[in-house]
Design a protein around this ligand. Structure first.
Ligand SMILES: NC(=O)c1ccc[n+]([C@@H]2O[C@H](COP(=O)([O-])OP(=O)(O)OC[C@H]3O[C@@H](n4cnc5c(N)ncnc54)[C@H](OP(=O)(O)O)[C@@H]3O)[C@@H](O)[C@H]2O)c1
Length: 288
């Protein structure tokens, strides 16, 4: 059966690419930006869902201003926690499939091995706490078919992201300081969008880690970006998290395990360096 997709937060980095992927597949999709649909507004959520009658909702809407969440946690919670609850409630009432995006920052970063999907959470910052509240609401209200996809270190054509920042800095700075003591998995938004589509088509539910395979530091990620730009990677200088403002708020190691994909018969997202090489010529055509 073909789905009727509703993408919330469709003006954001992931939302825009997900809508593009769905349109390319000729899947019926309603792309709802924040102006079209505020997920914290119950009446608006109900009105849009009643009108469009989606069979699957992918919630890409979120408060993602990491540092501001520290001083505005209640506002961030309203979107990341309560907004997710509103969507889960209506999905439960109307048997709509919900895929809710979450983050590696629900983990504390103290591990030195990839976090399993079932590993204990323990956010060390406000953003992580609000995102965890969203996860919990979805799993509480949709225990059988709610789906959480935790992603991390996203980059792509749209929005503010590390790759675009490095490309700009390469043009304007002789050297660039980048932290070398945080580990994660750079993930191309298009890879994640395709993985979400595969997941929904497959009918699987539960908690999944929507990140690239492999692991690296921001420093090595930046070096590879410079290499792909034809610039000298020696211009990237390693620094520690405690040398940059707010660095201590970010968990050190948030590499995520991918067992859940294999358990349902799906393949995890490719290695981060293969994705970066593939995405680079496509992204480099764009205005940065
Ligand atoms: N980017 C990353 O590296 C990263 C890492 C881990 C997890 N994630 C998760 O991945 C998902 C997608 O992230 P992203 O990078 O695509 O974020 P993004 O570019 O910031 O997009 C989020 C979108 O949600 C919209 N929004 C905010 N409040 C809303 C509301 N009340 N109702 C409806 N829409 C609202 C925003 O609109 P305005 O711009 O107008 O506010 C924005 O268009 C999020 O769940 C995020 O937490 C992202």
């Amino acid at each position: 059966m073909m789905n009727r997709w509703l993408v919330t937060g469709a003006g954001g980095m992931l939302g825009r690419d997900l809508v593009r992927v769905l349109e390319a597949l000729n899947e019926p999709v309603l792309a709802a930006t924040r102006q079209d649909l505020d997920i914290t507004d119950r009446f608006s959520v109900r009105a849009v869902v009643s009108r469009y009658r989606p069979t699957a909702i992918v919630n890409c809407a979120a408060w993602t201003r990491f540092h501001e969440a520290e001083t505005s946690e209640a506002e961030a919670h309203l979107i990341n926690g309560r907004g997710a609850r509103e969507l889960a409630t209506i999905c439960g009432d109307r048997s709509i499939r919900l895929v809710h995006l979450s983050t590696d920052y629900v983990f504390d970063g103290a591990s030195r091995r990839p976090y399993a999907e079932s590993a204990a959470t323990g956010p060390i910052n406000a953003y992580g706490r609000t995102k965890l509240a969203g996860e919990q609401a979805v799993l509480e209200l949709l225990p059988d078919d709610g789906t959480i996809v935790r992603t991390a270190w996203l980059y792509g054509r749209h929005g503010t992201n590390f790759l675009r920042k490095m490309v700009r800095l390469e043009q304007t700075h002789k050297t660039v300081d980048v932290v070398d003591d945080q580990w994660g998995q750079p993930t191309w938004s298009v890879d994640l969008a395709q993985q979400i589509v595969a997941l929904v088509r497959h009918g699987a539910s539960g908690v999944f880690h929507g990140t690239s395979s492999g692991e690296t530091t921001w420093y090595d990620f930046a070096r590879m970006i410079f290499r792909l730009l034809g610039a000298d990677p020696g211009r990237i200088r390693p620094v520690r998290s405690d040398q940059i403002a707010g660095g201590e708020l970010r968990p050190r190691y948030t590499v995520l395990g991918h067992a859940a994909w294999r358990e349902v018969g799906l393949t995890p997202i490719r290695h981060w360096s293969a994705a970066l090489e593939r995405s680079f010529p496509l992204l480099a055509d764009e205005e940065w």
